[in-house]
Write a protein that binds this ligand. Structure first.
Ligand code: NAD
Ligand code: ZN
Length: 245
């Protein structure tokens, strides 16, 4: 707690586990979307169905899976964990949120500095022209949604498997890292991607305090200063309450 009380700049890395407390399925791990069977109903691995190359060849197949996942997640809302992270922006000088989640919950909860490294499903864009639109959900979209301006296939502004990250977002993160952080949280992520784990590796080398919140252990668990084996929303609420007292 002392480390948190005296911190001024926080990096909060989040993954599917944070939104699990909103009822969204995670990807890997317990309760994950593809925990039992790594293949989709077409017999195609999900990493292939939701890849950029499949989207180019068979956009209707990729869209079928996107629509299925979206429908299953539609009524979910940000939870107390997202709200605590948003609230902390008032308490600390900087709360930079680096999220792999594409549900847009951090912004909905009020966080302003969000690096959504894998994009946000609520933003749609055309594959051919400059048409873009933000939507609440995908209700009313066709099986293969098309651009109202030019008729080409549209897509969510998310990073599909085998696609590149947005260089502007990488640059934003790098700029924040060069200023430095006083504390780094890794919440609800299996931290499989090197660009997600890297700030924690660096912090460990530089003796910057790190906290992991995850009911299960990950590759980062032995590296972090504080490993809290518990659920995200309840833990963040408890930390926030302790800060207030
Ligand atoms: P992941 O599914 O690989 O790992 C989820 C982690 O959360 C696991 O380590 C699990 O133990 C932990 N967890 C489960 N319940 C938790 C809880 N209540 N509190 C805290 N932790 C909990 O997720 P990832 O590391 O984020 O990577 C998944 C990939 O899939 C990302 O690329 C992401 O873009 C995508 N994805 C996004 C969403 C979303 O937008 N909500 C959901 C699923 C997957
Ligand atoms: Zn268009």
């Amino acid at each position: 707690m002392r480390d948190l009380r005296s911190a001024r700049r926080l990096l909060v890395i989040t993954g599917a586990g944070l939104s699990a407390d909103s009822g969204l399925p995670t990807y890997r791990g317990v309760g994950g979307l593809y925990e039992d069977d790594p293949n989709t109903e077409d017999g195609i691995p999900v990493e292939v169905a939701l890849s950029g190359s499949m989207f180019r060849q068979r956009p209707e197949l990729t869209w079928r899976h996107i629509l299925q996942i979206e429908r299953a997640c539609r009524s979910a809302q940000p939870n107390a964990g997202h709200r605590v992270i948003a609230k902390w922006a008032q308490r600390f000088d900087e709360v930079c949120v680096l999220t792999q989640n594409i549900d847009g919950f951090h912004r909905m909860a009020g966080s302003t500095h969000v690096i959504d490294i894998h994009g946000d499903t609520r933003n749609l864009l055309c594959t051919q022209c400059d048409w873009r639109q933000s939507v609440e959900d995908y209700a009313g979209l066709a099986d293969l949604p098309r651009c109202p301006k030019c008729g080409a296939v549209i897509r969510p502004d998310v990073v599909l498997f085998d696609e590149m990250l947005d260089p502007a977002k990488i640059a934003d993160l790098a700029a924040q890292q060069s200023i430095g952080f006083d504390m780094i949280f890794s919440i609800g992520t299996s931290a499989m991607f090197p660009y997600i784990a890297q700030p924690v590796w660096e912090a460990a080398q530089e003796a910057v305090p790190t906290v992991e919140i995850n009911p299960q252990s990950t590759e980062l668990s032995s590296l972090v200063t504080y490993s809290i084996r518990a659920k995200a929303a309840a833990t963040l609420s408890a930390l926030d309450e302790a800060l207030e007292n």
